[in-house]
Structures are given as structure tokens and as C-alpha cells.
Ligand binder design. Structure first.
Ligand code: GDP
Ligand code: MG
Length: 438
């Protein structure tokens, strides 16, 4: 996610840290660089202007040129201002009313139907009901039926009279006790009057609690233009950005809140129904600035492993006691959680590790070809053992070498995170088992 953006910010921060104090020229150079980084990431130029002005005025307040550690102040201010730009506090879908009615709108292909399925999965204990609202495209209705089945949710097929169908669905929801109803409305290639009238009618008659505009995060500023147009014609309560797993440059995420004044509720980070995250401005800012997102990572791990497993692994990890048995357990958990590269992107400094998910299978095979002794103490794996492991797992000695090297790096990272610098875990992160790290 936002690799290029993160890369440039990390470099800028590293360079600033090289200075003892900063002259006002260096500060304005740094600001100019932030501007370039944002513009090149396709952030809307008005948003960039606003951001640079607010950053500058904050830095002036702190009289940065006299400060002892100016780089830290810039870091901190950049982080705080970015959080503000992204909306400050997270917007949460209030799903307490029953039924909570959510209407998804957006152009064709932005990810509405997928998002309907993702919401159904996330709120599965609210007994969701997904309603198809695109009678002109039978395939769209079928697709919604599929994701509903996958998520274990109820489904209402499309009918010619879309508004009537929505109202009927609300009745069904009341009768069946569905606490969440999602309208998957028709998309078009472009905004047109007929569509807007139809969506307006759904809004005024079925009165959804939330009308969320779904935007394709890959398309950068165009997404923001779409948002402005939709927002002018419909009552929207928020935005969801999809496809942020791809090469999304970050322009849409950074711009959309400021341009539309609409909060971002959810982001889609993959094609699977589990690839949904709530939008937390602080976590996203942290990822953009290359500090990782340990909190989201912790939540993912928690949702995939049992509390006992988590406690054991976390403690071993933080002690830097970490062998191939743990590694294998982790790989299996990671498989349960989805993509490894997505998870690594949340670890500070590890966002750039290049991991191919298909390699997991091969890595697992190599570890399985090790003896229990080798797994516990990988340092004993010498040349002939490497040959044997390679042969046993159908890989090459180079593959085994690489695995051992990566393992050592991971172990070093674990030791650094745990033993040397406990403060590196963000304050307030609760280790499984109740211990709080401060
Ligand atoms: P709709 O026309 O708005 O209903 O869009 P769909 O839900 O049918 O999605 C269009 C395409 O985008 C499909 O191929 C989805 O699998 C894909 N898609 C949706 N959300 C995401 C996402 O978060 N990440 C990725 N990589 N693909 C997505
Ligand atoms: Mg669709």
C-alpha cells in the first residue's frame, strides 16, 4: 500500500535526522520536498497547498530552527498534520439501530458488490441482508448472490422497480430479524441523470442510515472528481476506497477527505471478502510515513489465532526466541490471515521486504524437510544439511540459503523489537494475555 509515497517520506525523514539543527532554509527545503512527494503521488494540488500551509504554520509555532532535535519535531508534526488531513478521528458505522440500512453507490467496477460481501462478513453476527438493485444486469444480481452465500448472508434479488424492491427488502429484514441491510445499487460507466434520479429515489424512500460512495483507490485524483460529482447530487454520508492493495499511489486516500469533507469509513485491500479494514486516520498516516501499523497487525493476528497461541508467540517473539517451529506456525497463521506481503506492509521497516505469497508453499516445504533439531537450532544447518533439505523439498541450495538468511533477519528484527527497545511497540498496545507495554 502506498509504497512509493512511503519510500519518499522515509528517505526525507532519514535525511533530516542527519542534521543537528535546521536552518530556516533547510526547513523550507523539507517542506518543498513534502510538496513534491505529495504531488507526485497524485494528491490533489489544493489539498497539497492546504497541507503545506498547515504544516508550515505548526512548525513556525514550535520554532523549529531553535529546537534541539528538529527532525523529530518535523516527524511528529508531519504525522499529526497528516492524521488531521485524513480526518482526525475514525468514522465508524453505527450499526446499533436495527435494521441499519447502508446504501452503496458508485460507478461500475469500483467494488460495490465486493464491498457488500465484505460488510456482510464483517457484520455477520448482525444477520445481514444484501439487496441487489440493478435489474438491468442479471449478472450483477448473480454476483451479489454469490458473495452473500460466501458471507453467509441473506439475499434479495433485483426487481424491475428498484425502489419498491428496497422497501420490500426492509420489510423482509424486519420479519426475518436482519439487523443490517445493504443496498448494492446499479453502477454506470459515467454519472448520468437516470442513475442519479434512481439513487435519489432510493434515498428519499428507503432512507438509508448511511450512503457510502465506493471509489476505486487505484485511479487517484479521478476518484476525487467522481466523489465531488456524486456528492453534489446525492446526500452522501461517507466514502469507501477500494483496491488499496494494488499500486495505489495514495492520492485518493490523502485527498478525498479534504476535498469532499466526507469521512472515509472503510478501505478494501484485496479481492477476498476478508480484505476489509476500518479507516483509522492515525494508522493510515503511520503506514504512509513508513512507521508500519502494529495495531492493525495485532488485530489481524488476534482474529486468526487463539489467545494462548498469541501469548506464547508474542512472548517468544519479543524475547527474540524464535525458531523455525515458530516460523512454520506463523506461516500457517499467515495463510489463514491472507497475504503475507499485506501483513508485512504493516510492520515498521519491513514494508519493503519482497515477499511472493506463492513462495509460502515452498518455504513450508523446506522447513518440513528439516529435522526437529534443525528447526529449533537453524545455526547447525551446514552445507551437507542444506543439500539434503534442498533435495527433500524439491528446491535448490540457493533457496535454502535464502530462507536461512531471511530467517536470521527476522530473528534479529524480533530481538530488536523485543529486548532492546520495548518502547518501540506503540504505547497502549496490549500484548495478548493482558500485559500492557509502555
Ligand atoms: P462493482 O461494479 O462496483 O460492483 O464492482 P465489483 O465489486 O464487481 O468489483 C470490480 C472488480 O474489482 C472485481 O474484479 C473485484 O474483485 C475487484 N475488487 C473489488 N474490491 C477490491 C479490492 O479491494 N482490491 C482488489 N485488488 N480488487 C478489488
Ligand atoms: Mg456490482
Amino acid at each position: 500500500m502506498f509504497d512509493a509515497l512511503t519510500d519518499r517520506f522515509t528517505k526525507l525523514q532519514r535525511r533530516l535526522r542527519g542534521f543537528g539543527t535546521l536552518s530556516s532554509k533547510e526547513v523550507s527545503d523539507a517542506l518543498r520536498e513534502v510538496r513534491v512527494v505529495l504531488l507526485e503521488s497524485d494528491v490533489n494540488y489544493k489539498v497539497v497547498g492546504h497541507f503545506i500551509r498547515s504544516l508550515k504554520s505548526e512548525l513556525e509555532k514550535k520554532d523549529i530552527t531553535k529546537a534541539l532535535k528538529p527532525a523529530e519535531i518535523i516527524d511528529y508534526t508531519l504525522f499529526q498534520q497528516l492524521i488531521q488531513l485524513l480526518g482526525g478521528k475514525p468514522a465508524r458505522l453505527d450499526a446499533s439501530v436495527s435494521p441499519t440500512v447502508v446504501c452503496l453507490v458508485g460507478l461500475q467496477g469500483t467494488g460495490k458488490t465486493t464491498l457488500a460481501g465484505k460488510l456482510a462478513l464483517k457484520y455477520r453476527n448482525r444477520k445481514p441482508l444484501l439487496v441487489a438493485c440493478d435489474p438491468k444486469r442479471p449478472a450483477a444480481s448473480e454476483q451479489l448472490r454469490r458473495v452473500a452465500t460466501q458471507a453467509g448472508a441473506g439475499f434479495v434479488p433485483a426487481e424491475d422497480d428498484v425502489v419498491k424492491n428496497c422497501l420490500a427488502a426492509l420489510k423482509i429484514a424486519k420479519k426475518q430479524g436482519n439487523n443490517l441491510v445493504v443496498f448494492d445499487t446499479a453502477g454506470r460507466l459515467h454519472i448520468d441523470d437516470a442513475l442519479m434520479n434512481e439513487l435519489g429515489a432510493i434515498q428519499s424512500r428507503a432512507k438509508p442510515h448511511a450512503s457510502l460512495l465506493v471509489l476505486d483507490g487505484m485511479i487517484g485524483q479521478d476518484a476525487v472528481n467522481q466523489a465531488t460529482e456524486f456528492h453534489e447530487r446525492l446526500d452522501l454520508t461517507g466514502v469507501c476506497l477500494t483496491k488499496l492493495d494494488g499500486d495505489a499511489r495514495g492520492g485518493a486516500v490523502v485527498s478525498v477527505r479534504h476535498v469532499t469533507d466526507l469521512p472515509v469509513y472503510f478501505i478494501g485491500t484485496g479481492e477476498k471478502l476478508a480484505d476489509l479494514e476500518e479507516f483509522h486516520p492515525d494508522r493510515i498516516a503511520s503506514r504512509i510515513l513508513g512507521r508500519g501499523d502494529l495495531r492493525s497487525l495485532a488485530e489481524k493476528v488476534e482474529s486468526a489465532t487463539s489467545p494462548e497461541e498469541q501469548r506464547a508467540t508474542a512472548e517468544r517473539f519479543l524475547k527474540g526466541k524464535f525458531d523455525f517451529e515458530d516460523f512454520l506456525d506463523q506461516l500457517r497463521n499467515i495463510k489463514k490471515m491472507g497475504s503475507l506481503s499485506k501483513l508485512l506492509a504493516m510492520v515498521p521497516g519491513a514494508g519493503k521486504l519482497d515477499v511472493d505469497d506463492h513462495e509460502l508453499v515452498r518455504v513450508e516445504a523446506m522447513i518440513q524437510s528439516m529435522t526437529p533439531g534443525e528447526r529449533r537450532d537453524p545455526d547447525i544447518v551446514d552445507g551437507s544439511r542444506r543439500r539434503r533439505i534442498a533435495d527433500g523439498s524439491g528446491s535448490s541450495v540457493q533457496d535454502v540459503n535464502r530462507l536461512l538468511k531471511e530467517f536470521r533477519q527476522a530473528r534479529t528484527m524480533a530481538r530488536q523489537m523485543g529486548g532492546a527497545a520495548p518502547g518501540k511497540l506503540p504505547k497502549g498496545i496490549r500484548l495478548p494475555g493482558g500485559r500492557r507495554r509502555r
